[in-house]
Ligand binder design. Sequence first.
Ligand SMILES: Cc1cc2nc3c(=O)[nH]c(=O)nc-3n(C[C@H](O)[C@H](O)[C@H](O)COP(=O)(O)O)c2cc1C
Length: 169
Amino acid sequence: MKKIEYNQFAEEALDAIADSGAFLTVKTEDDLNTMTIGWGSISYMWGKPVFIAMVRDSRYTYELLETTNQFTVSIPFADAMKEELAFCGSKSGREHDKFSECDLNTTKAKEIESPLINGCDVHYECKLRFKQKMDPDNLDPALDEEWYSSDEGYHMFYFGEIVSCHKEE
Ligand SMILES: Cc1cc2nc3c(=O)[nH]c(=O)nc-3n(C[C@H](O)[C@H](O)[C@H](O)COP(=O)(O)O)c2cc1C
């Protein structure tokens, strides 16, 4: 693992998230889980680099994030790990141990408890600094209709300060 600046591979990272997704991984005192995210943002606020992840309140990952203050984002480039992303984006950690079922191996993070998923190109270690639940009253009705007609719930926005960032070699 090579240490990189938070914005060094930002373009490739955001393209990869939009194309096939990334792993959002959370370890709490009692559990470890990962889920696929297809939306995300690498930004700069409060004088800090920040990763914003959006997680619906129906996800098991949401339950875990509500009990801890740190998470990692591991991003495979160029269509790598497509099967694993599809599995982790359709099965819940409530019923599955995604790590053993997808044969995912991890490396300890430098600054936080949640681990990094091996085989990904870039990894962001994030400490939660702010979170905000979507308020449907403030949402464009067309987006509400398009994305929130099902019972999967609205997104919580998790703003994690990127405290360490790595490129796999
Ligand atoms: C490509 C892809 C992108 C996804 N992006 C998100 C996302 O950004 N936020 C979200 O809440 N769910 C997203 N999902 C759905 C979750 O990954 C899925 O519901 C998952 O099973 C939740 O796992 P959990 O219950 O173990 O947390 C995505 C799924 C896929 C396949």
